[in-house]
Design a protein around this ligand. Structure first.
Ligand SMILES: Cc1cc2nc3c(=O)[nH]c(=O)nc-3n(C[C@H](O)[C@H](O)[C@H](O)COP(=O)(O)O)c2cc1C
Length: 193
């Protein structure tokens, strides 16, 4: 049997962002965990404009090529991990826009969170993000990676040097996603819907 596809969605798109190194660390951890086919989905590369589809996404009547491509990408996943910064006590607008573009593609899949920031470690962003992913019928998992004072974990080469807490949290979250992804797959139809 093929492994479930885990997409690691990089929310930050800023030049010089910490989000990409954090996602690359988590990607390596997820690959080593061994239960998933792992993909990084970088919203800076996806580069969606502000939502410009005329119809509600539940209808899947997409008129723009960027939406059709985004739909194909998101559809093929069995689970997501959102790597999210905290901007003004919330998650960032780029991620909300990317979530809003689609509907059924997200449904009945587990969602994990790697958050980072200052003293709050992005936890306020995750609390808000949980409401949105729940509205899209994803299943937010409880286990999470929360990285306070994230800059302290980035070395001169721009690579994340994790501590034991981060590694253990990542493995706990991956275990929960591996447990729930196949179960939720039964709630989706033959086309994954
Ligand atoms: C617009 C903006 C708002 C921010 N607001 C918060 C915040 O509310 N809480 C926090 O812990 N850090 C905040 N920060 C600091 C970010 O945690 C830090 O810049 C982090 O590197 C952002 O992630 P990124 O580099 O991947 O974009 C903010 C940064 C920016 C650019």
């Amino acid at each position: 049997m093929s492994k479930p596809i885990l997409q690691i969605i990089v929310a930050s798109t800023r030049p010089g962002r910490v989000g990409l190194p954090v996602a690359e660390w988590f990607r390596d951890r997820a690959v080593a965990y061994g239960a998933f086919e792992v993909e990084i989905v970088d919203l800076a590369e996806v580069d969606l404009p502000f939502m410009n589809e005329p119809h509600h996404p539940r209808l899947r009547q997409y008129v723009h090529q960027h939406t059709k491509e985004w739909s194909t990408t998101v559809e093929r996943a069995d689970a997501y991990v959102f790597v999210t910064p905290e901007y003004n006590h919330s998650f960032n607008a780029v991620l909300k826009n990317a979530l809003d573009y689609l509907h059924g593609e997200w449904q009945y899949k587990p969602a994990g969170f790697v958050s980072y920031g200052g003293v709050s470690a992005g936890t306020r962003a995750v609390q808000m993000l949980k409401q949105v992913v729940s509205g899209l019928k994803m299943l937010p998992v409880v286990e999470a990676v929360t990285i306070p004072f994230v800059r302290e974990f980035v070395d001169e080469d721009g690579r994340v040097r994790p501590n034991d807490v981060m590694n253990q949290a990542a493995d706990a979250m991956l275990a929960e996603i591996a447990r729930t992804a196949p179960a939720l797959g039964h709630l989706r139809g033959p086309e994954g819907r």
